[in-house]
Ligand binder design. Structure first.
Ligand code: PLP
Length: 384
């Protein structure tokens, strides 16, 4: 044990026998694609976040694309979003043929700076797409205010944000209890709960929900589940072009077991994050995540800012930790700095650029021991 090299991954999904049992039952049922388990997963998810409607899809990227497409975003339109996010956020706009317009971030929260939002809105703007980055709810109240004034729909990229809470109109609510028009979630293994791949759209608009359900399976008028159960011969038709964005019942089976774990997983993430934050107070030059008074984060990731007061550069610190067996990642990427977005500017996003290059994500996941957490803190505190 003592001469075994320590190895702390950045994250690890939390799965167990319960998921195996659910998946086994799905396999033995003979119905593998979107069916009764997807419906049950949607119902439980809607109940958890407090949304009237939840529609499961194959990924959050699919959810974002579907949301923008269903809201009528198309070629020539603009979608106002952030660059400091996973590339899928901006790609969703481009999948519709629209142009993503990037707003810089608040340097404290790394989320969309609402004071810069209004000047990014033009007559071509068709939607606002803020992100609850790494599970820290953005300043939704200010963003919704501006959106209302301009009569623009808000689609929340809540990929990482399940279980996070936001204060809107003096009331705390879970992300996904629709404040904007739609919220989109991810079940990729890097997120808080996983179905391998998967996504979810929540909304309070029943018509929009019906449209999501139609578009996710080729826009067919009668789903296979209905035809399967029908006692008379029926034929489906395809009134418009749709997509294959279905979640499978196998994935939903795993998701049902994951949802039952979710309250415990959230509690453990918050506990570990507070331990880090307490430890970081002792360390000069490292800044723990700032939590504004409108947000209760789920700590999908734990981001630390390495300031010039720290004796090592950000990259030196990452290398030092890796040498000790501690995996970290650099802060969230900036879409506009990737080759796929070259020439689509001009871009002026100084806070986004600084955030990417000054922050690191520390290991944090249910199943990580306090001993490992303390080891990480000790290594951070080694250079006084
Ligand atoms: C992970 C992530 C996505 C993409 O989710 P997938 O389910 O992998 O498609 C989109 N936006 C943000 C902010 C993410 O972190």
């Amino acid at each position: 044990m003592s001469d075994q090299r320590r190895s702390i991954p950045i994250t690890r999904p939390f799965l167990g026998h319960e998921e195996v049992i659910e998946a086994e039952a799905a396999i033995l049922s003979g119905w593998l694609t979107q069916g009764s388990r997807v419906a049950a997963f949607e119902e439980e998810f809607a109940r958890f976040v407090g949304a009237p409607h939840a529609c499961a899809v194959s990924s959050c990227t699919a959810a974002l694309h579907l949301a923008l497409h269903a809201l009528g975003v198309g070629p020539g339109d603009e979608v106002v979003t952030v660059s400091h996010t996973f590339i899928a956020t901006a790609n969703a706009a481009r999948l519709c043929g629209a142009r993503p317009v990037f707003v810089d971030i608040d340097p404290r929260t790394f989320n969309m700076d609402p004071t810069l939002l209004e000047r990014a809105i033009t007559p071509r703007t068709r939607a606002i797409l803020p992100v609850h980055q790494i599970g820290l709810p953005c300043d939704l109240e200010s963003i919704l205010d501006i959106a209302r004034r301009h009569q623009l729909p808000v689609v929340e990229d809540a990929a990482c944000a399940i279980g996070g809470e936001v204060l809107v109109n003096g009331e705390w609510a879970r992300i996904g209890r629709p404040h904007g028009v739609v919220a989109c979630f991810s079940f990729h293994p890097r997120k808080v709960i996983t179905t391998g791949e998967g996504g979810m759209l929540t909304t309070r608009d029943p018509q929009l929900d019906r449209r999501f359900r139609r578009l996710r399976q080729h826009a067919m008028s009668l789903p296979d589940t209905v035809r399967h159960a029908s006692r008379t011969v029926v034929f489906e038709e395809y009134p418009e072009m749709g997509f294959n964005y279905r979640m499978t019942d196998l994935q939903a089976a795993v998701g049902l077991a994951q949802l039952r774990r979710l309250p415990g997983l959230l509690e453990e993430r918050i506990r570990q994050a507070l331990r880090y934050s307490r430890g970081l107070r002792e360390i000069r030059g490292l800044r723990a995540p700032f939590v504004p008074c409108h947000a209760r984060p789920n700590y999908q990731s734990y981001a630390v800012e390495v300031t010039p007061d720290y004796p090592l550069s950000r990259d030196q610190l990452m290398q030092h930790l890796l040498d000790q067996g501690v995996s970290t990642r650099r802060g969230i990427m900036n879409v506009h700095q990737e080759p796929a977005y070259e020439g689509l500017g001009p871009y002026h996003l100084p806070c986004s650029e600084a955030a990417r290059d000054s922050s690191i994500l520390l290991p944090l996941f249910p199943g990580m021991t306090d001993e490992d957490g303390d080891f990480v803190l000790r290594e951070l505190n080694r250079f006084r």
